[in-house]
Design a protein around this ligand. Structure first.
Ligand code: CP
Length: 333
C-alpha cells in the first residue's frame, strides 16, 4: 500500500481485509512486525486521538514514530508558493516535508481545511500540494475533505456491534458554537454508503452536503446496495434507525462567510443537541456515534454520552487497531 487517503481507493473486500487484520492484531499482538521502522507524523492541525493512536500503534508493532507540529519549537512553516519569505515563517514546506519524510519509512499528514473557498477544499487542493512533496508511502490523518482513518475505525466499530450492512444510518448535523471542518461528515457519509447502509442525512437548511460529496456517496451506495436521502425532519430521519452519527460542520450555504455562518448558527442554539427524546421512534438498541472531541450539553447530552447507546470510546479505541492494520500493510505488506 503506497497511500491511505480515501476509502474509495479500496474495494469493499480490501476494507474488510484491513478490518480483519485490525481484529487479528488486537487479539494476537505482533510486537516485532515493524521492528526498525519509523513513522513520521506531521500535524499542521490539532489532535488528541490521531496524535496518540498513531504513536501507540507504532510502539505496539515494534517500530517508532516522531511528531512534528507548529506547536513545537520548530521554525515557522510557510506553505504558500511564489512569495518572498520576509515574514515570520523561516522554512518552507517545500524543504521541510521532504526532510521529515526522509527520516521515516512512511509519513502521516494532518492539515484541516482553511474554509475560505468550498471548491478549493472539495478538491483537497492544499493537502494534495503537501502530500505531493512526500516520496514515501503516506497516510491522510485528516485533510480538508476526508478522514479515512476515522472512517475505517467507524466501519469496524459497526461490524463489532453487529450493525447490519444495510442498516439505517442517520448522519446528523449537531450544534456547535464554532464553524468546524466538513471532513468527518463528508468521509462518514461516503463510508456508510460504501458499507451499503440506508442513510438519512439530517440537517437544518443551509447545512446541506455539497452536491459533489452527495454524488460520490450516491454512487457508492448504488454499488453496495444502499441508499441516501436528506431531510430536516428529525422524527422521519430517526424512524427505525440502527445508528445516529452526529458531527457539526460549517454552513455550506455560507462557506467562507464567517458572519453569514454565525447568523445562521445562532438560530439553531439548543435545538440540535442529541438527547433521549431523539430516539423515541428509533430501534430500541439504536447507537450514538461521534468521532470526538465532542462538547457535552452542546452537541449531545451527558445522559446519551454516559449511557448505553454511546459507542464513542469503542470508536476511538478502534482508531488504534484500524491504523495498526494500515501501517502493517503499508510497511510490512
Ligand atoms: N477523531 C479525531 O480525529 O480526533 P482527534 O482530532 O483528537 O485526532
Amino acid at each position: 500500500m503506497r497511500r491511505f487517503n480515501d476509502l474509495a481507493d479500496f474495494s469493499n473486500e480490501e476494507i474488510k481485509d484491513l478490518i480483519a487484520l485490525a481484529a487479528r492484531l488486537d487479539k494476537n499482538p505482533e510486537p516485532r512486525a515493524l521492528e526498525g521502522k519509523v513513522l513520521s507524523l506531521l500535524f499542521l492541525s490539532p489532535s488528541l486521538r490521531t496524535l496518540s493512536s498513531f504513536q501507540a500503534a507504532m510502539i505496539k508493532l515494534g517500530g517508532g514514530a516522531f511528531v512534528i507540529s507548529p506547536d513545537m519549537s520548530i521554525h515557522g512553516l510557510e506553505s504558500r508558493y511564489g512569495i518572498v519569505m520576509d515574514g515570520t515563517a523561516a522554512e518552507h514546506v517545500r524543504e521541510a516535508i521532504p526532510v521529515i519524510a526522509s527520516y521515516g519509512d512512511a509519513m502521516g499528514v494532518r492539515a484541516f481545511a482553511e474554509r475560505r473557498d468550498l471548491a478549493h477544499d472539495l478538491a483537497d487542493t492544499d493537502f494534495k500540494n503537501l502530500t505531493g512533496l512526500i516520496n514515501k508511502p503516506w497516510i491522510n490523518m485528516e485533510s480538508a475533505i476526508d478522514h479515512p482513518c476515522q472512517s475505517l475505525a467507524d466501519w469496524k466499530t459497526m461490524d463489532d456491534l453487529g450493525v447490519p450492512e444495510h442498516g439505517k444510518f442517520v448522519l446528523s448535523w449537531g450544534y456547535h458554537p464554532k464553524a468546524l471542518p466538513l471532513a468527518v461528515s463528508a468521509a462518514t457519509l461516503r463510508m456508510a454508503a460504501k458499507r451499503g447502509m440506508n442513510i438519512v442525512h439530517l440537517r437544518p437548511p443551509g447545512f446541506e452536503m455539497p452536491p459533489a460529496i452527495m454524488d460520490q456517496a450516491r454512487k457508492a451506495a448504488a454499488a453496495s446496495g444502499g441508499s441516501i436521502t436528506e431531510t430536516t425532519d428529525r422524527r422521519e430521519a430517526m424512524e427505525g434507525a440502527h445508528v445516529i452519527y452526529t458531527k457539526s460542520y460549517s454552513s455550506t450555504k455560507y462557506y467562507g462567510d464567517k458572519l453569514g455562518d454565525q447568523a445562521l448558527r445562532e438560530q439553531l442554539v439548543g435545538t440540535w443537541c442529541v438527547d433521549e427524546p431523539w430516539f423515541a421512534n428509533a430501534r430500541p438498541d439504536c447507537r450514538f456515534m461521534h468521532c470526538l472531541p465532542v462538547r457535552r450539553g452542546v452537541e449531545v447530552s451527558d445522559r446519551i454520552l454516559d449511557g448505553s447507546r454511546s459507542v464513542v470510546i469503542q470508536e476511538a479505541r478502534n482508531r488504534l487497531y484500524a491504523q495498526m492494520a494500515v501501517l502493517y500493510r503499508m510497511m510490512k505488506g
